[in-house]
Design a protein around this ligand. Structure first.
Ligand code: FES
Length: 59
């Protein structure tokens, strides 16, 4: 997945936006990412991808 790819189709949130929010807010969970970016707050099909991004940023 590229950084400018849309991760959450419902809210049109890119991977890069999610990465930046995780770093800025030290986010640890899908719920926290949802609060900051609205990604994952509608249908939920992007939750696995958000989880992967959280792990990726955490290293
Ligand atoms: S694709 Fe993210 S909530 Fe629907």
């Amino acid at each position: 997945m590229e950084n400018d790819d849309i991760v959450c189709n419902c809210m049109q949130i890119t991977k890069e936006e999610i990465i930046e929010a995780i770093k800025a807010g030290n986010l640890k969970s899908i719920d926290e990412v949802g609060e900051e970016t609205e990604a994952g707050t509608v249908c939920g099909t992007c939750h696995d991808d958000i989880e992967d991004i959280i792990k990726e940023v955490a290293g």
